[in-house]
Write a protein that binds this ligand. Structure first.
Ligand SMILES: Cc1cc2nc3c(=O)[nH]c(=O)nc-3n(C[C@H](O)[C@H](O)[C@H](O)COP(=O)(O)OP(=O)(O)OC[C@H]3O[C@@H](n4cnc5c(N)ncnc54)[C@H](O)[C@@H]3O)c2cc1C
Length: 479
C-alpha cells in the first residue's frame, strides 16, 4: 500500500459532490491508497441538494426512472433499488424527487460503511469561504482550516438574481427571491392572489405545490415570452433507432444552421408513426456538448439572446402527471400564464401593486398580489452570486468568470483558468459551474459521468500507485 495521504475537499454535497465522493472512495479503496475526503455542505440537504430535498410527493423527476441511475455503467441501478421499495414501478415512469433523494442518501451512507480503512471521509456541515493564495488551505465559516491537495467545486447553481428593482418590494414580507425557501408558500390565505415571476419548471413546481395544498386564489405567472415547458411523452419504439434516421453525424458550426438541422430532423420525426420532435431533442443530448464547443462566441451569444427560452421549454419538460395538473389549473382560471414585462411594483400595506405590459397587445395591466416569488430559475452567473467562496476565489484571481456569465473558465478536465493565464492544479469544478464550457451539464445523465471522470483524473494525478491507474481505468471504462 502506498501512503499518499491525499486530502481532497469537496465543496457542495448535492448530487455532484455526493457522486464525486462516492466515486473517489470506491477508487481509492480499491487501489488501497490512503486519502482523506472532506465533503463540505452548508445546508442540511446532504446528498439531496436543492433538487431532491423536497417533501412534496408531486415534485416528480423530470427524467424517466430508467435514466436516473447514479452509475452510467450500471443503468439498472436505480430501477433495481426502486423495485425493492415500491411495487410496480415502470422503468419509463416519473417517480418523486423525494425518493430519489433517499436513494442518494443511502448510496452515500453505504459507500462510507463499506470503504477501506485507508480512506477517511469527514462530512462537515459548514460553509467553505476562502482558499489561501498557495491553494493549500481551505477556510470554513466556523474558522476551521483544512489542508488540501485538491478542491472540488460542486457548488451547484446560485440563487436567482433579483427581478424586481424596487428595494421597498424586495425587502418586504410579500417578496421571496428564493422560491425554495421553506417560508415562500407558508402563511398564505387559500384565496390570495400570487405572482410567480418565471414560467419554467420552478414555477411549475410551486403551482403544483400550491394546488396540492388546496390553494384557490389566482396564480399569475409571467415571463417575457410566456412559454410553458412542454410535456414529456413516452414512446413505444426504441428512440435511438428513430433518431438515427433523422440526426446527422456531424453538426454545422453556425447556430442558425444547427437550428435548421434540428428543425428538419424534428419535422421528419413528427411525420413518422409513434415519434415526434421529443425523440430528436432527447437524442441530441450526447451531441449537445460538442455542438456547443463548436460554436464561436458570437454564435453562443446569439443563441442565448434569441433561442434560449425556446430551447429551455423543449429540453426541460414536465412529466405527464404534472402537465395534467397545470392544464386543469389553467382551465379553472386558477393559473394564468402571461407573456409580458414587469413595469413597476409598489408596496401597498401587506400586498404589492404590480403593473405589467402584455407582450402581444402592449396593454398595461395593474393588479395587487399578496405574494411575489422569483421563479426565474437557477443562476450560474458568477458576477451576480453572493457565494462567499466563489467571490473570494474571483477576487484573488484563482478562478475567472466565463465571459457569457455561464460559470467558470476551465480546461477540458474542469480545472480553473487563473488570472496569470495558467490552469490551477488544485481547483476543479463539476456540475453547473461548467455550463459555459459544456452547456449540457444540468441533469443526472451528464453529472454522473462527470463525477466518474473527475474521480479517475484526481486519483491518477494524486496517487502514484500503478494500482490506482489500473483500477480507475476499469471503473469508468463503460461510463
Ligand atoms: C428543482 C429541481 C429539480 C430538478 N429535477 C431534476 C430531475 O428530475 N432529473 C435530473 O436529472 N436533474 C434534475 N435537476 C437538475 C439538478 O440540478 C441536478 O440533477 C443535480 O441535482 C445538481 O446537483 P449539484 O450537486 O450539481 O447542485 P446542487 O444540488 O445545487 O448542490 C450544490 C450544493 O452545494 C452547496 N454549497 C454551495 N456553496 C457552498 C459552500 N461555499 N460551502 C458549502 N456548501 C456549499 C449548496 O448548499 C448545495 O447543497 C433538477 C434541478 C432542480 C433545481
Amino acid at each position: 500500500m502506498t501512503n499518499n495521504n491525499v486530502h481532497i475537499a469537496i465543496v457542495g454535497g448535492g448530487f455532484s459532490g455526493t457522486l464525486a465522493t462516492i466515486r473517489l472512495v470506491k477508487l481509492l479503496s480499491e487501489s488501497q491508497n490512503s486519502a482523506k475526503i472532506f465533503l463540505i455542505e452548508k445546508t442540511k440537504k446532504l446528498a439531496k441538494g436543492l433538487a431532491y430535498d423536497t417533501q412534496c410527493e408531486l415534485h416528480l423527476l423530470n427524467v424517466v426512472a430508467q435514466d436516473m441511475s447514479a452509475f452510467p455503467e450500471d443503468r439498472e441501478h436505480f430501477i433495481n433499488w426502486l423495485a425493492g421499495r415500491l411495487s410496480a414501478v415502470a422503468p419509463s415512469s416519473f417517480v418523486s424527487r423525494k425518493i430519489y433523494g433517499d436513494y442518494l442518501a443511502e448510496l452515500l451512507q453505504n459507500t462510507i460503511q463499506t470503504k477501506s480503512t485507508a480512506v477517511e471521509v469527514e462530512i462537515i456541515n459548514d460553509e467553505a469561504v476562502s482558499l489561501s493564495s498557495d491553494e493549500k488551505t481551505l477556510t470554513l465559516s466556523s474558522g476551521r482550516t483544512i489542508s488540501i491537495d485538491r478542491l472540488v467545486l460542486a457548488t451547484g447553481n446560485f440563487q436567482p438574481t433579483a427581478v424586481v428593482a424596487s428595494e421597498a418590494v424586495t425587502t418586504s414580507a410579500a417578496y421571496f427571491n428564493d422560491p425554495w425557501s421553506p417560508e415562500a408558500l407558508t402563511g398564505l390565505g387559500s384565496t390570495e392572489n400570487i405572482l410567480l415571476i418565471g414560467t419554467g419548471l420552478t414555477m411549475v413546481d410551486l403551482a403544483v405545490q400550491l394546488n396540492a395544498a388546496g390553494h384557490q386564489g389566482v396564480i399569475t405567472a409571467i415571463s417575457r415570452h410566456g412559454l410553458l415547458p412542454n410535456k414529456h411523452r413516452v414512446f413505444n419504439r426504441l428512440e435511438g433507432t428513430a433518431a438515427a434516421d433523422v440526426l446527422p453525424h456531424v453538426f454545422p458550426s453556425k447556430v442558425r444552421e444547427v437550428f435548421s438541422t434540428i428543425r428538419a430532423a424534428c419535422e421528419k420525426a413528427n411525420s413518422a408513426a409513434d415519434s415526434d420532435w421529443r425523440i430528436v431533442v432527447n437524442q441530441l443530448r450526447p451531441h449537445t456538448q460538442s455542438i456547443w464547443k463548436g460554436l464561436a462566441t458570437a454564435d453562443k451569444k446569439r443563441f442565448l439572446r434569441h433561442a434560449r427560452p425556446l430551447w429551455e421549454v423543449l429540453r426541460h419538460r414536465m412529466p405527464p402527471e404534472v402537465a395534467s395538473i397545470i392544464e386543469s389549473m389553467r382551465e379553472d382560471y386558477r393559473l394564468r400564464i402571461v407573456a409580458g414585462r414587469l413595469l413597476t411594483a409598489v408596496v401597498s400595506g401587506n400586498s404589492t401593486e404590480v403593473t405589467m405590459r402584455l407582450r402581444r397587445s402592449g396593454r398595461i395591466q395593474t393588479a395587487t398580489y399578496r405574494r411575489i416569488i422569483n421563479c426565474t430559475g437557477p443562476n450560474i452567473d458568477l458576477r451576480a452570486t453572493s457565494d462567499r467562496l466563489i467571490q473570494s476565489l474571483l477576487a484573488s484571481g484563482s478562478i475567472l468568470a466565463d465571459e457569457l456569465g455561464l460559470g467558470l473558465q476551465l480546461d477540458d478536465h474542469g480545472y480553473a483558468l487563473q488570472q496569470n493565464n495558467s490552469f490551477s492544479g488544485t481547483i476543479v469544478a463539476i456540475g453547473a459551474l461548467r455550463k459555459g464550457q459544456l452547456w449540457e451539464t444540468t441533469a443526472v445523465p451528464e453529472l454522473r459521468l462527470q463525477a466518474a471522470q473527475l474521480a479517475k483524473q484526481i486519483v491518477e494525478s494524486t496517487c502514484s500507485s500503478a494500482v490506482a491507474n489500473k483500477t480507475a481505468e476499469t471503473f469508468v471504462s463503460n461510463a
